[in-house]
Design a protein around this ligand. Structure first.
Ligand code: 5AD
Ligand code: SF4
Length: 606
């Protein structure tokens, strides 16, 4: 019931921003189908009414064809999907057969309309690793529908941008890109099929129709939970209509969609384990663009990791907005009321959740699949680090001793305004506890400079936290106010831009100094490095990553292979090698290679 009302509210929200024609179409459909319409919300607009980009000197053959399509389309729309159709969509189980190829079309489209007909898709990814993974999911869905992939923009028939909304700048990049694509679209030869442009992901979700109004060049919008609908949206776009699906789901995890690995020679892969976020930090747009937190069933994650291991991949990063809040409730027998263990001194903005298979269980199971496969995870929230998780990271050789612990600020006052659910003291205590539980652990963090009301004193508290913790890696940002967030409604974005940037610069300088000190402790140590490839700066060097995820550069020379004594080998991507560290900076370690080895046989040592 809750699911339905959330969905319904979203659909109603869309009404207010619609063109009258859309309202009529939408209202007709709602009247005919009732609230279940919203299970498969589709926004359609006619380009004729809005674009004005076509010439007025009589209809072109293409236009006449479009007119025909529109009439045909309208009449098909009038007959509309049946109630049963939407009942079917509503009850689609999470675990679908792995090769659905082409879904049943809605009544206003035919099976043929849903086929890609060898059209070439060019995908461009912006933002976080979740978007990298989403790009692979979107591509997997389109590939099954008969689309081809191209890495050459000029030969593309469909250009899809997988977008990010986390900061204003990220969105500005997309608007700029759309201007370039607009000119590409207008210069397209009439002998070719018209170029279709789509906005996928967070920006589609945040701005919805505003994108279609502002940039007529955009043909389709698909929110982060609507990628399964891409073949249908593109089919609608074929007839010259703009189409959108920005419905958020309570349970979509794309559990059955196996992402297509972009680079066949890659040594590592991301595996999405959960989506969305319930934390509602006051500055963050993610809960609004990616929706409620939901976890993928453990069995499907294990199956994907097993397949990656069989393909020879050596590293898997478990991915999600809040990986350590993982809670698979799909298996009823595990849904007993086991209470949640939060880190000491941490609280949540939501009502305590209970039951389900938790992150420690998943991590344990994943790490047992292949002892030669490194396991990482990102991004966690500091509140969800119970001792079971820390113990497991400590014990298991193939779980990397690397924890990302986003602090955001060093001031308890600012942390409260951010609604992070912890004080500086609780955070520092957690850092000590983690360092005691996992000796040698590598730590990284995110920080925001210039949040609403941040004083010079608050800023200095952040500087002092950076000095106190001495992170190995850091991601630092200037605050960017986002509409819809709690901060937007309740707080004032009162720090001038130049002050934000000055504070950011100061944080970066301190972070670098401290990271250099932290990384210099590796000098003289031997590190186990997973080789990734040739160094970008020098053809005679290789690079890889140590357990703490720091980049390690070393000369590409022959070495002994520990498992085959007497054999001299040259390191290849996917090999584990021992490297003796000779120098360190804030971002990289350098050294010389000792031997090729295996993860099981050798731990890094100092
Ligand atoms: N402005 C600046 N940085 C932000 N982040 C999230 N929202 C904002 C915002 N509005 C940062 C946080 C988060 C990281 C992914 O992005 O540090 O951890
Ligand atoms: Fe955003 Fe906070 Fe959720 Fe991270 S935990 S995605 S910062 S709301």
């Amino acid at each position: 019931m809750l699911v339905m009302s959330v969905i319904l509210l979203q659909s109603l929200g869309c009404f207010s921003a619609m063109h009258p024609l859309q309202c009529v179409l939408q209202a007709q459909r709602c009247l005919r189908w009732g609230p279940l319409t919203s299970v498969s919300w589709l926004l359609l607009r006619t380009c004729r009414a809005h674009s004005g980009v076509r010439s007025s000197a009589g209809p072109s053959p293409e236009r006449r064809q479009e007119d025909g399509v529109w009439k045909d389309f309208s009449s098909r729309l009038a007959t509309g999907p049946t109630f049963q159709h939407f009942l079917r969509s509503a009850s689609v189980p999470q675990e679908k057969p792995s090769t659905p190829d082409v879904e049943d079309p809605p009544p206003y489209l035919t099976v043929d309309d849903l086929l890609g007909r060898q059209r070439k898709v060019y995908l461009e990814t912006y933002g976080c690793q979740m978007n990298v993974n989403d790009t692979e999911i979107a591509w997997s869905i389109l590939q099954k529908s008969g689309y081809l992939r191209t890495s050459n923009l000029q030969e593309a028939d469909v250009v899809l941008l997988v977008t990010c909304s986390i900061r204003e700048k990220a969105e500005q990049t997309i608007w700029n890109r759309l201007h370039q694509l607009k000119s590409l679209k207008s210069k397209r030869l009439r002998s070719r099929v018209p170029l279709r442009i789509g906005i996928l992901g967070c920006m589609a979700e945040r701005l919805k129709e505003e994108i279609l109004n502002r940039e007529k060049t955009v043909d389709i919008l698909a929110g982060p939970d609507a990628y399964r609908d891409l073949p249908r949206l593109l089919a609608v776009a074929e007839s010259g209509q703009q189409a959108a699906n920005v419905l958020l789901s309570m349970d979509e995890t794309y559990a059955d969609v196996l992402p297509v690995q972009m680079s066949p020679s890659a040594t590592s892969a991301f595996v999405s384990i959960m989506r969305g976020c319930d934390n509602m930090c006051s500055y963050c747009i993610v809960p609004f663009t990616r929706g409620r937190e939901r976890s993928r069933p453990v069995a499907s994650i294990l199956e994907e990791v097993r397949k990656l291991s069989e393909q020879g991949l050596k590293e898997v990063t478990l991915l999600g907005q809040n990986v350590n809040s993982f809670r698979d409730t799909s298996e009823v027998q595990f849904n007993n009321a086991v209470s949640t263990n939060l880190s000491r001194g941490f609280s949540t903005n939501y009502k305590a959740k209970q039951g389900g298979l938790r992150f420690a269980y998943l991590l344990d199971q994943v790490s047992r699949i292949d002892p030669e496969m490194r396991i990482r995870f990102t991004s966690p929230h500091p509140k969800d680090f119970p001792d079971e998780v820390l113990q497991l990271i400590h014990e298991r050789d193939n779980i990397c001793k690397q924890i990302h612990l986003p602090a955001q600020s060093g001031s308890s006052r600012v942390l409260e305004a951010m609604r992070r659910g912890y004080s500086r003291e609780a955070y520092v205590e957690l850092i000590h506890h983690i360092r005691e539980s996992i000796p040698g652990v590598s730590l990284s963090s995110d920080f925001i400079a210039g949040f609403c009301g941040e004083t010079e004193e608050d800023h200095l508290q952040t500087v002092s936290l950076l000095q106190e913790v001495q992170y190995n890696m850091g991601f630092l940002f200037a605050y960017s106010m986002r509409q819809k967030t709690r901060a937007y409604h309740r707080l004032k974005d009162d720090i001038p831009e130049e002050v934000k940037l000055r504070r950011l610069e100061e944080l970066i300088t301190v972070f670098r100094e401290e990271a250099t000190k932290a990384n210099k402790t590796f000098v003289g140590c031997t590190q186990l490095v997973l080789v990734e490839g040739l160094s970008k700066r020098s053809a005679t060097d290789l690079y890889g990553r140590n357990d703490g995820n720091l980049k390690v550069i070393f000369p590409d020379v022959a070495m002994e292979d520990v498992t085959n004594p007497g054999l001299r080998v040259q390191a290849q991507p996917g090999d584990y090698v021992l490297v003796k560290i000779t120098s360190a900076s804030s971002q990289t370690l350098k050294g010389h290679v000792l031997c090729r080895t295996t993860l099981k046989d050798s731990a890094a040592y100092c």
